[in-house]
Design a protein around this ligand. Structure first.
Ligand code: CMC
Length: 393
């Protein structure tokens, strides 16, 4: 179209240069700063991955300790923020609460909203990573009518989050190490995924010079949709709807006929035309966690595995190159840990915050950065004369 290319969904538009994450969709490869996601999930931990995404290198022992200290320093929320929650209906979706509370951070932490000051950028990054688990756990506590549990900095990032979510004053709660490890792995698997819709939203919002808290709130809003982060919640709903292995064939037929635009949730990806490497790790982790929790015979897991097997052998899914993505198995683990489905996308947002922040920082520090401003193909009326009210039909 003359000056620009029409590319709905930006399928062939490179919107930025980036040195953070690489995806080879045909081969099913995902690396962060050159390290394979499988290696990071196996050998690393979430704090280390956060450092890697933000700083570009794996930390040495001293750097890691310092980074963890910086994060734990910021885990508390300003006490006035905790009062926001009571303004929401009890049955508010926790993602609605996340969008609101994350956005409100910019009204409290004025000393880290100057995007031109590198020190303030770093403090904002640490604050966002540190506070997101607290915001998320409080959203959950509010929804079930339990008192908030404050962060405990002697716990690891995942343990602290689980403790704030599941501890109740009446009981001695101790985080199960198997569950904490699984949680940490889920965080690693969701940490970043180059220019997906929510990350592109964060970059777009940030390109105007908006402060990082406002930009991350925009990212959370975008992530909420069922085609993106909302898919993990949608997978569980779908599995419940299918109900039993006997009904799989019928459901697949419905998907193939595109009746009511039904899709197999947790399947397909814009970039991966092969098995999503995160899904392979998640699948293995799902078996390990359910085994450890004594839920090996969980009917949902059985149903998911059978559904995957049937889909992967079906001509429609083969010819459309549709494979399980990261969300196909994550919901089953999260449900086994005890999270309600409404919290699934919240956990995705919590883990993706570091990716959003790293990408936002990279953009701000890129001298070639300019405001994001796509063009359009105008399809409306040509110019016409103004019609006075008494002449209108
Ligand atoms: N089930 C059935 N058919 C599908 C599916 C699916 N899950 N995904 C794509 N297709 C079909 C689609 O109907 C179309 O068929 P045809 O060419 O016959 O018209 C073709 O595949 C291409 O689909 P598309 O919508 O153009 O593909 P896209 O790249 O725009 O969409 C997607 C990618 C992830 C939105 C899509 O695959 C989908 O809706 N999947 C289900 C939701 C889901 O699991 N999302 C999580 C993504 S991974 C986590 C994250 O990063 O958020």
């Amino acid at each position: 179209h003359g000056l620009f290319t029409y590319d709905p969904g930006y399928g062939s538009t490179g919107s930025t240069q980036s040195a953070i994450t690489y995806i080879d969709g045909d081969e099913g490869i995902l690396t962060h700063r050159g390290y394979r996601i499988e290696d990071l999930a196996e050998h690393s931990d979430f704090m280390e991955v956060c450092y890697l995404l933000l700083e570009g290198e794996l930390p040495n022992a001293k750097q890691k300790a310092e980074f963890e200290k910086n994060i734990t320093y910021h885990t508390m929320l300003h006490e006035q923020i905790t009062r926001f929650y009571s303004g929401f209906r009890r049955d508010a979706h926790p993602m609605a609460v996340m969008v609101a509370v994350a956005g409100a951070l910019s009204a409290f932490y004025h000393d880290s909203t100057d995007i031109h000051d590198p020190r303030q950028r770093t403090i904002a990054s640490h604050r966002l990573i540190a506070k997101m688990p607290t915001i998320a756990a409080m959203a959950y506590k509010y929804s079930v009518g339990q008192p908030f549990v404050y962060p405990q900095n002697k716990l690891s990032y995942a343990e602290n989050f689980l403790n704030m979510t599941f501890a109740v004053p009446a009981e001695d709660y101790k985080v199960d190490p198997v569950v904490a490890k699984a949680m940490d792995k889920i965080f690693i698997l969701h940490a970043d995924h180059e220019q997906n819709a929510s990350t592109s939203t964060v970059r777009m919002a940030g390109s105007s010079g908006a402060n990082p808290f406002a930009c991350i709130a925009a990212g959370i809003a975008c992530l909420w949709g069922p085609a993106h982060g909302g898919a993990n919640e949608a997978v569980l709903k779908m599995l419940h709807e299918i109900g039993s292995t006997a009904n799989i064939k019928e459901y697949i037929a419905k998907v193939k006929s595109k009746q009511d635009n039904t899709r197999l949730m947790g399947f397909g990806h814009r970039v991966y035309k092969n098995y999503d490497p995160r899904a392979s790790v998640m699948r293995k982790s799902c078996h390990e966690v359910l085994d450890a929790l004594g839920m090996r015979n969980d009917p949902l897991l059985k149903l998911a595995m059978e559904l995957e097997k049937i889909a992967l052998n079906d001509e429609y899914f083969i010819s459309h190159k549709l494979y399980p993505n990261v969300d196909f198995y994550s919901g089953i683990i999260l449900q086994a840990i005890g999270f309600p489905t409404s919290m699934f996308t919240v956990l995705f947002a919590l883990a993706r915050t570091v990716g959003w922040v790293a990408q936002w920082k990279e953009m701000i520090e890129d001298p070639s950065q300019r405001i994001g401003r796509p063009r359009q193909l105008y399809t409306g009326y040509g110019e016409r004369p103004y019609v006075p009210m008494n002449k209108r039909k």
